[in-house]
Ligand binder design. Structure first.
Ligand code: SF4
Length: 215
């Protein structure tokens, strides 16, 4: 078993700071959080670049552009019809709040985000953390896989989130780095077929220990 903060320190020592989220401003961060659903980041960058070229990385502009144009621009991210509708709904909420800043400063931001159809807990928490500076732990499929393997912690989004938040200091910088570090580990080492030999968690990981004792 490894305590959450021990996991954090080991990953930080191994990978170094990740400085997430990769975005020029808060609105671009929110757009990226919706576009990255079920697709890798390279495709999101293509779509963000296309939106930037058309001066559409602005809530009012994005709300006004017609759906077929928007669909074409974000096509590389897949599920582009649903994502177009999600982006439009998010922009409407931002415009109704007055500005991106006013939207992000609302009380109970995560709840407001979850009220937008098509935005689930992971996207809502990503936006709340990286754009809204709310100290909330983002749980994604990499996080779930790693915790299940290292500590046999598994279950719902909320259960895993409560476990991590209960074992860490509630801090926006730590949570931002921790999530990014888990993504780095899950993408490159603790993959579906894990490469435990080079993993910084291997000395305390239940799966790695089991593999050693049974090999
Ligand atoms: S030791 Fe292996 S199974 Fe455990 S976290 Fe690392 S890569 Fe994943």
């Amino acid at each position: 078993m490894l305590e959450p903060m021990e996991i954090y320190y080991r990953l930080m020592e191994y990978f170094g700071p990740q400085d997430w989220w990769p975005a020029e401003n808060d609105f671009e961060m929110m757009v990226g959080a919706i576009l990255t659903q079920n697709v890798n980041w390279n495709n999101v960058e293509k779509a963000l670049s296309a939106l930037r070229d058309e001066d559409l990385l602005d809530p009012n502009m994005l709300l006004e552009v017609d759906e077929s144009t928007l669909q074409e621009l974000i096509k590389p991210t897949g599920f582009y019809r649903q994502k177009t509708k999600r982006l439009k709904r998010l922009c409407r909420a931002v415009v109704e709040a007055g500005s991106t800043q006013e939207f992000l400063e609302q009380k109970d931001l995560e709840r407001k985000l979850l009220d937008i159809k098509g935005i689930g807990p992971e996207t809502a928490d990503s936006i709340a953390l990286y754009a809204g500076d709310v100290p909330v732990f983002v749980v994604d499929s990499y996080t779930k896989r790693i915790l299940k393997r290292v500590n046999r912690i598994e279950g719902s989004y909320k259960k895993v989130q409560n476990y991590l938040e209960g074992g860490t200091e509630r801090d926006v910088v730590i949570y931002g780095e921790f999530h990014a570090l888990l993504v780095e580990l899950g993408k490159n080492i603790c993959k579906k077929d894990p490469d435990c030999r080079i993993c910084p968690l291997k000395s305390s990981c239940l799966i790695a220990q089991k593999n050693v004792s049974t090999s």
